[in-house]
Each structure stands twice: as structure tokens, then as C-alpha cells.
Design a binder for this molecule. Sequence first.
Ligand code: ACO
Length: 426
Amino acid sequence: MSSAQFKFGENLFVLPVVSPTDGYMGIDVSRLRESAGLVTYDNGMANTAVCKSSITYVDGENGILCYRGYGIEDLVEHCSFVEVAYLLVHGKLPTKEELNQFSTYLNEHSMIHEDMQHFFTGFPPNSHPMAILSAMVTSLFSFYPHIMEGDANFDITAARLISKVRTIAAFSYKKSRGQPVVYPRHDLSYCANFLNMMFNSPVKNYEINHHVVKALNQLFILHADHEQNCSTTAVRLVASARGNLYAAISAGISALWGSLHGGANQAVIEMLQMIYDDCGDVPKYVELAKNKENRFRLMGFGHAVYKNYDPRAKIAKTLCDTLLSIINVNDPLLDIALKLEEVALKDDYFISRKLYPNVDFYTGILYRAMGVPTNMLTVMFAIGRLPGWIAQWKETAEQVDGKIIRPRQIYIGPSRSGFVPIDKRM
Ligand code: ACO
């Protein structure tokens, strides 16, 4: 089917239809204003495709997530995060040589300019790490203004950003603790390097555990992309105005920080702690979340697209089970989380609204087990999401027929009226 018909009053309008490889067909309404004098209204753009993309596919009804055509379960099982980063940015899995080259770039570009270290001291000690991350990423443009175009060169730009964000995150943690920073090491893999930069110190040697490294790779893969969500839309919005890569990613970081989005992983841990402190009274909080007279929601529950179990949450839940027992961590918040899921998923309120645990429900518990503090949980999400944002920025920047994203509105303010001078105003 290549067109749809739309009747308004006595008039019939023919609208072109855009076909996908998988998923829903889209009705092209871009000329509707000219032909029918109408705009479409779609609160939150929940049913609007803002672009054509070949990066990630989500089937929310069936709980399916694929990056460049590969299922998330396979990628988590068989790939490293760096391999998946390459896949997202380039659209194909790397050969051994390509992966080695990309890893070399990650190593070569892992340091941040020494002058940038002064920035950390300008922040108050209890600054939120997402505020620091977003400011530091946008500042990177001042130090590295050349965004290299073309696939081979863009590798360096992508590797630079993916590598430096990890260094910035670890340095900001060290600074917040008043400890000396730990520089990246060339002999360590991406995730092992991050753990070393975070937790090694002159007084306590951090032993890198390969189970933790593997789990961190898997978590970052789960976070790596999720098509046109709130933060990715922010990235594409900036990119559509031909905004630079760092500015666009910084916008993405700011959007991700919100508690209805990636900030939910911090909010989940805070909520589980609150329930734990309240004698673990799970049913009380399930009731509270159902009551519309307050704004409390079960954090880590529900999703704008998944109306089935989020496949990422399924993987994270299994990972919780295995990792915590392997590294001998007994987190009472995991028991609260399991109980909360059990109670909620038997409750008609959650069943009828198709509200299931999302990616943020179990991932915070995993990061905690690794030693990551609660206020850094969304930073972990951002590090993982970076390859996806970079791929989405690149796709937007390279579209020859790309348009600046500039939605319309339904104006509901006052109609134009005569100006009232100040001495006549009531
Ligand atoms: N707890 C209680 N009720 C909920 C929840 C929740 N977590 N989520 C949705 N609902 C209810 C709403 O109150 C609404 O009820 P109603 O029909 O009686 O009015 C109904 O379910 C539909 O909710 P919407 O807000 O319309 O759903 P939407 O798809 O727009 O929102 C969102 C998705 C924002 C994720 C929502 O489910 C939510 O707030 N969840 C908690 C925050 C969270 O975990 N965010 C992380 C999402 S994953 C990510 O971004 C990485």
C-alpha cells in the first residue's frame, strides 16, 4: 500500500505511506497543512515517526530489541561493548582487524586534556555527576573542534568521545571523593579500564574481577541504543540544526538525567531504599503507586513503547541473580525489588495497563554491587548509551534530505488584543 486516504469535511486527501523493513507503516503528513490547512496533534509525539533510521528496531508489543538487525540477547551473549559500539556506529559487526583498530583508537584517545582537569575543581563537592558530565562533554568541543567526517575518520571521533566520557566519569568520581585520579591504562580492556580508574587507589589495590568486567560489558550493551527515545530525540534535534556532536550528546545527557527516563535507575534505588527503611512494606507502596491523588509511581516500571516485559530488564534480572551470587554480594534491595515485581505483576492495575519492569529496575542493583554510588547510576547509563547517540547523530548529520526538526503546536493562549499601557492595567 503506497497511500492512505483522509476525509475532512467533504474533502478527500491522499497521503503517501512510508514503508519500513519491520514495524509500522507511516502516513506522511508533512504536506497536510498545505493541502488541508491542518496539522496533526500527537501529545508527546507518542505516535509520530520523526525520522527514517536504520540503527535500532524495537517491537514493544512483543518485547523485541535489535541493533542493526541483531537481537539484544545474542549481542549480550557473544559481544563485547566495544564490538557493539562499532556495530552501532558503522552498521556492521567488525572484523578482528577492524575491532583491533577501533580498540587502539579507544586507547590512544582515552586521556582528557590536562587543562580540563581544572574544570572539576570548579564544581561544588556535592555536584550531581550528570551535571558535570553534560558540562564536560559540551566543553570537549573547545579542545577537539575537528569532527572528522567519512567512515574511517569518524572512527577516531567516535572512539575519542566513547573513551573520554569514560575517563571524565571516573575522574569526576575520584574528585568527588577527594582522591587522586587514576589514569587510563593501555593494557586494559574498555570496561576493566573503567573499573580500575574508578576503584583503584594508592592505598588500596583494586582487583579486577573478570565476572564484573563481563557483567559491565553486558550492561553497557543493554544501554547502547533504544531508537527514538527522549534523550536520542534531543541528540537528533540538535543534530538536525547542524549542531556539533559534543553539543548534541550533551543535550542527550541532560534529557537522560530526567527521572522518567534514564534518571529512573537512581530513583529506583532510592525508592527501594525507602521501602526497605519502611519495614519492607511492599504492598503499601504498590497501593500508593495506584492512587492518582499523589505523584508517586513505581520507578523502573512501565515504558512508553514496551507493553510487554522489557527484554533488557529480563536480561538484567538474570544477571542480578548470577553476578551477585558469584561475587558474594547480598543486597537486601534485590529482595525488595523481587517482591515488588511479584506483587505488582499480580495486580490488576499493572496488568491492565501493561506495566512491567523496565531496564532501570534491576540495573541499579547490579551497578551497586560493583561499587558504583547511587548518584552515578545515570552516568553509567550515559556511558553505555554513547555509541547509540553517536550513531544517531551521524545518521542525522549525513541525511542529504534531512530537515531541521521543527514541530508545530496547537496554540491555546489568548487571541491577539490591543496593547494596554501600564497606567491603564487592572
Ligand atoms: N507506576 C504507576 N502507574 C504508572 C506507572 C508507574 N510506574 N507508569 C505508568 N503508569 C500509569 C499511568 O498513571 C497511567 O494510568 P491511567 O491510564 O490510569 O492514567 C497509565 O499507566 C499510562 O501511563 P503513561 O504515563 O500514559 O504512560 P507512558 O507510556 O506515557 O509513560 C513512563 C511511560 C514515563 C516510562 C511511565 O511508565 C513512568 O513514569 N514510569 C516510571 C519511570 C520510569 O521507570 N522511567 C524509565 C523508563 S525506561 C527509560 O526511559 C530508560
